[in-house]
Design a binder for this molecule. Sequence first.
Ligand code: SAH
Length: 437
Amino acid sequence: LGIAPAITTSGELRFGTCLLNPPAGYVLADLELGKRFVSDLLAGESVRIEGDAPWLARAQLPESGQARLAIHVGSAERLPVADELLIYSRNVLAQVCAEVSPQSILESLYQAGLARQSLACIVAPETLMASAALRETALELAVPLRFVGSDAALLPVAWCEPGNGVVLGVAAAPLEPETIGRARGRLAVIGLGPGAAELMVPAVKAELARANDVLGYETYVRMAGPFRDDQVMHCTDNREEMQRARHAFELAAQGRSVVVVSSGDPGVFAMAAAVLEALHESVDPQWHSVDLEILPGVSASLATAAQAGAPLGHDFCVMSLSDNLKPWSIIEKRLDLACEADLALAFYNPISRSRPWQLGVALDIVRRHRTPQTPVVLGRDIGRPGQILRTLTLGELTPEQVDMRTMVLVGSSTTCTFARADGMQWVYTPRWYGEKP
Ligand code: SAH
């Protein structure tokens, strides 16, 4: 029904708290022993509370100093016994100053007589932020990894140093790892694909779910949503790419999980190169220790080609016709050589209000090399509401049929078409060239 269930147990109804599900910062040592314990309590026994358990003080438990049953809360390792409900408090931190194995930390806890369930986090110096070994250790022990500067004071905790390069700190109450130093920041540059949700790769979906901050051109940020209230959207103009890239690093260097969105693939005329350029130019070690990942998407040329058939089924050339960031002369030269090489062509950014004449000139160059019968595919808003796919010929193509939301595919000399059952046409470029094998 789309509503959240409230799941209660009889213990919860009677005592006002579910003993088997302690609040954040505490963990039950053994669920099976716990079930037995709660059923004894429900049968009418009274209970003693040992250790500090503020939430239990507020529950309606049948407390008695002489009770046979006891709830024990603490971080010292104990053998669970039948008459005891053992709850570990996550109030231990392991501070390391070099890479350590999970075994070293477990060993230290053991030597100090502390339970492994009490470990709340691993704390390391900021200089180890990029360490893959530490990341593995934290992952294996399933605790957060936090980084502190050399001058950080981690008080109030009592320290003990069992060796192994690990120093253990025991706090009076459960630790809140989010408040200790900072996490290693993450920056993911993602591609949304052409627009349709089913064409977005699962890794991108997962990344969007974990993001604290989402940066990008407003249209794409909206396309990537909806977002939760705790996620911050930073929408910017399409042209402020370098500024956006630097902003993303500033946020990630604070330990946040940041996503920069592009449509299609982020490495195709989009944000990935801008983000790497910003990093390359930076000497800030905090930027360089950010966990940076580029996640691919289905690019517009591929999404359009797939709908038309396989016009890019043989060698092809991808070009942006925008002369915003490169001289027009290089576009003409590359176009001329790509046509001479008989490559199929995919044009991104074919035309815009500020670049009205360029497509016409580009097509004049293509026409010097290709016949008017050469198949052309126009894909507008592919994978988005109102998408339009058209198949025509180079002879029929005019710049007026194209806008900035259109992908232009021009066939090579071998690209051919045939009718499909629905009245449309299939377009494909055979995989062979020259003599048919
Ligand atoms: N990174 C994007 C391309 C950005 S350049 C990608 O990989 O797809 C922007 C150009 O891509 C647009 O001018 C248009 O030519 C093309 N484009 C992007 N999305 C499109 C879509 N859904 N349908 C058709 N063309 C698209």
